[in-house]
Design a protein around this ligand. Structure first.
Ligand SMILES: NC(=O)c1ccc[n+]([C@@H]2O[C@H](COP(=O)([O-])OP(=O)(O)OC[C@H]3O[C@@H](n4cnc5c(N)ncnc54)[C@H](O)[C@@H]3O)[C@@H](O)[C@H]2O)c1
Length: 270
């Protein structure tokens, strides 16, 4: 069911890799809510070709950009503004990658060169995106920018490894740039802290099956799905949330504020 929440709005969606991606589900939802979209991902991800199916479904062009490359980002924003015939109303940053996790390094033995790349792709990329939009004056007054994060930024989840630090930095950039962009143009910048979700990035976390069923048992509402996340994101891109900025917003079925549940106690007593 559509509420036309995003009628007339124009947005860029980063990070739709395949149909499980949170960005993919969000693009479908934003399209359903009336938005016009541009899809983007790293050139290497575009070579998989999956994104073309999404592009067709949401009638959006695909513009490649490695989010760590400022020239790519400039081209992406310039081409998007040309396509839309004007400024941009919302952006989804749905990007994460850990080189150390991918190469099997534990937190206490990380390689610092890989770590720099992880922080650049997963966190400073939000700064790069906002900075590019700022320099080109690409965002409309009151635009909304959301990046996806995880509660390992606040509490320790050992297997989340260096991504915990990347998410803490991402949330820091959200607050700091949110301040400047709010003052300059009433632009909102927030993070949404999502439940563990079965996607390519999610499944890269060691012990993910245990992780996801523990979170399910620890959340009064259960884990939030990618489609439910997409619905929440649509509200944040809409005009109904114009005074929400610089926040880390939990979308996790209540996990973040739950000490223990009967389901977990029952499991422990077995
Ligand atoms: N899946 C989960 O359990 C979960 C939970 C909380 C938050 N998140 C966050 O949600 C976001 C989306 O992840 P997802 O779970 O949908 O997985 P996903 O693997 O589908 O998406 C990650 C995306 O990042 C893109 N990416 C990687 N390097 C890039 C680069 N250099 N330039 C441009 N794009 C690049 C990938 O191509 C991919 O599309 C990530 O920030 C992730 O950390 C995921």
């Amino acid at each position: 069911m559509s509420y036309n929440l995003l009628k007339g709005k124009k947005g860029i969606i980063f990070g739709a890799l395949d149909e499980n991606s949170i960005a993919w589900r969000t693009a479908l939802k934003c399209h359903e809510e009336g938005a016009q979209l541009v899809l983007t991902n790293a050139p290497v991800a575009l070579r998989m070709g999956e994104i073309n199916k999404l592009a067709e479904a949401v009638k959006a062009p695909v513009i490649g950009a490695d989010v760590t490359n400022m020239d790519d980002l400039k081209k992406l924003f310039e081409e998007s503004m040309k396509h839309f015939g004007g400024g941009i109303d919302f952006i989804l940053h749905s990007i994460g990658m850990s080189l150390n996790m991918r190469k099997g390094k534990s937190y206490t033995e990380i390689d610092y060169e890989w770590n720099k790349k992880t922080l650049d792709i997963s966190a400073m990329s939000l700064h790069r995106v906002l900075r590019t939009a700022w320099d080109l004056d690409a965002l409309n007054e009151g635009a909304s920018v959301v990046a996806l994060t995880y509660i390992a930024a606040q509490r320790v989840f050992p297997d989340y490894n260096e991504m915990a630090d990347a998410k803490a930095l991402l949330e820091g950039v959200t607050r700091s740039f949110g301040y400047y962009y709010g003052v300059k143009k009433k632009v909102r910048v927030n993070t949404v802290s999502q439940s563990p979700t079965r996607t390519t990035a999610g499944s890269g976390v060691k012990g993910f099956d245990g992780f996801i069923s523990y979170a399910e048992k620890m959340s009064p509402l259960g884990n939030a799905s990618a489609d439910e996340c997409a619905g929440y994101l649509a509200t944040l891109f809409s005009d109904l949330t114009k005074m929400v900025t610089m926040q880390n917003l939990f979308h996790d079925g209540g996990f973040s504020y739950t000490g223990v549940t009967e389901a977990v106690i029952n499991q422990m007593e077995k």
